[in-house]
Design a protein around this ligand. Sequence first.
Ligand SMILES: C[S@@+](CC[C@H](N)C(=O)[O-])C[C@H]1O[C@@H](n2cnc3c(N)ncnc32)[C@H](O)[C@@H]1O
Length: 273
Amino acid sequence: MLTAALRAAETSRPDRIYEDPYAAALCGDAGPSLLAEIREATFPKNALRTLPSTPDYNAIRTRFFDDYLQRAAKDSDLSQVVLAPAGMDSRAYRLAWPEHIRYFEVDRPAVLEYKRDRLRGVDPQVQHHVVAADLTAPDWEARLAAAGYDPASPSVWLLEGLLYYVTESDAHSILDRIAAIMAPGGLIAADIVNDAALTLPNMRGLLDLFAGWGCPWLFGTDEPERFFAAHGFAVEAVQPGDPEADFGRWPDPVPPRGEKNVRRVFFLHGRRT
Ligand SMILES: C[S@@+](CC[C@H](N)C(=O)[O-])C[C@H]1O[C@@H](n2cnc3c(N)ncnc32)[C@H](O)[C@@H]1O
């Protein structure tokens, strides 16, 4: 719901870098107050901001992965898009998709039920399948297959806003399990934070906020390329503010990869090797 609130706020900006007409409905009554709490933690009154801007980060992330998925879906050999997790994302509804695409949204049952209620009467613009499952539970591959996913057909997977909310061992296991059901030629994209994002003193306010909401940040890595390579994926990492992930919106310098003690997020994209 926070993510939807951020997207609703972006959509109301004159200089928005995408439009999500469903975000305001999806963030519900809770959205604005979640956003206010984030603003308080990241833009302290009467003090300099020392944390990256969550609104700008989220806007860039959404647009970066919008473009990524739409590019991937143009390939007629690639027939399946899997959002794991889907959350309040509305790409199935707000973007146009080629006819050959089958689109899967995986998230926990309560999340998908809430989303269905909020989007009642709105049709997806793609062959759309929802998969109510926990990605750390033993049965999600079976649920995905039951919804029509074909492990033998090339797919593109997006792990957006997932890997920092699971433990390191669950992150390893999720990547192994995805690799096992992804055909050659498959693509993967994700965002992930670095180690320091979980420990820096100036992150405390934000980390405490997420923990207080019941969704603590649990995992980060300074070497995301190596982490993915260990599971059979060759990925490149981009940081917000890099030329391909800026969109005229990133307000801060991009810290060089060697610099320690800075909070980082990476956008990863690559393929099954
Ligand atoms: C920050 S949101 C991102 C959702 C979506 N990708 C987006 O950008 O709007 C995180 C989502 O991860 C889901 N999630 C977290 N842990 C999960 C798990 N173990 N299994 C399935 N979904 C999970 C939550 O339910 C929530 O919808």
